[in-house]
Design a binder for this molecule. Structure first.
Ligand code: NAD
Length: 310
């Protein structure tokens, strides 16, 4: 059994720096070093965390058992592919890739090389979502709003791959059913890609999910509202809180606030990945999960782009 996982982080911009910070806190991890195409940034982040600044990507592969891929989305496939071919366990930030064909190849490469693959759908580890999922759920209707001010980071892909993908993953996890119909609309406001989008997913069993994502907003909002028989839950994923309305036997409405333990979601997801490497168990957010979310995201994107071109 592996005692200490030798870890590397590839891409140490905004989020990669936090990966390094959280990996340092995991007892069974030895963070060996970081790598970034921007060598000055690489050295700065390495110094900050007291680890090696790898000079090239092969040094990462030769010195590590596992890596976090935290490079911009269009480069996930190329970086993850070489890591998997070198038989490293790979954690890829969301989305798994920007093309379905690439995501499929990533999933099969991980299988072929018998290594662990986890995708960074971090909201699965959001304390509010974890608390909500502690009892079995049977959603009838789901509504999500994910709004954020415009940021150049992430604008190299449409808002569907940048933000909405989080909610697509949560909805697929909650409903566990096949999506049989998608309608969508959206617009490009700031970037050349779609910056705001609304999509309505209809599942085979009748559940409907209405998702809205925008990166043209003056405030942050990450809300998931779930309607079940006799129960309405509003999850605020930004501050990690849950408000519930439940219907009593005499049809009286009870208002309650569910207790949510404060935890760092990035720490939890990386710890979960490390545990799956050590124990040989399936990762909580698998490559297949990343692929399923991406397939829906790309369908939404295509519907909106077709409208734009008409
Ligand atoms: P960023 O631009 O701040 O950082 C990316 C870094 O990768 C840069 O420093 C760049 O020099 C480096 N880089 C680019 N290509 C590289 C390569 N081939 N090899 C090594 N380094 C390379 O971007 P970011 O905001 O940190 O986003 C990175 C990824 O994380 C994206 O896929 C994004 O979708 C994801 N992300 C996820 C969340 C989340 O909530 N889970 C939040 C933010 C970003």
């Amino acid at each position: 059994m592996i005692k200490h996982i030798k870890f590397g982080v590839i891409g140490v911009g905004y989020l990669g720096n936090f990966h390094a910070q959280q990996l340092k806190k995991i007892r069974s991890v030895h963070l060996v070093g970081v790598f970034d195409l921007n060598s000055a940034l690489c050295k700065k982040v390495a110094k900050k965390h007291g680890v090696l600044a790898f000079k090239n990507i092969n040094d990462v592969f030769n010195n590590c058992d596992a890596v976090s891929v935290v490079t911009p989305t269009p480069s996930h496939y190329k970086v993850a592919k070489t890591a998997l071919q070198n038989r490293l366990h790979v954690f890829i930030e969301k989305p798994i890739a920007h093309k379905v064909t690439d995501a499929k190849k990533i999933v099969s490469l991980a299988e072929k090389n018998k290594v662990k693959l986890q995708i960074g759908h971090i909201e699965r580890f959001n304390p509010a979502y974890r608390a909500f999922c502690q009892v079995p759920r049977k959603p009838l209707f789901i509504e999500s709003h994910r709004l954020s001010p415009f940021n150049v980071r992430g604008s190299d892909v449409a808002v569907i791959l940048d933000l909405m993908i989080h909610d697509i993953d949560l909805v697929l996890d909650l409903v566990q059913d096949e999506v049989i119909n998608i309608s969508a609309s959206g617009a490009s406001v700031v970037s050349s890609f779609v910056d705001l989008a609304n999509a309505r997913l209809t599942f085979k069993g009748g559940v409907v999910a209405n998702l809205t994502a925008s990166r043209v907003s003056d405030k942050q909002m990450r809300q998931l509202r779930i309607f079940e028989k006799n129960c309405y839950s509003a999850l605020d994923l930004h501050v990690s809180s849950i408000k519930c309305l439940t219907v009593g036997n005499n049809k009286e409405i009870k208002n309650s606030l569910l207790k949510v333990k404060k935890e760092n979601a990035l720490f939890l997801e990386l710890q979960c990945f490390v545990q799956s490497i050590i124990t040989g168990t399936k990762t909580l957010v698998s490559g297949e999960d990343g692929l399923s979310a991406l397939k829906i995201a790309i369908k939404i994107q295509k519907i909106i782009e077709k409208q734009k071109n008409n």
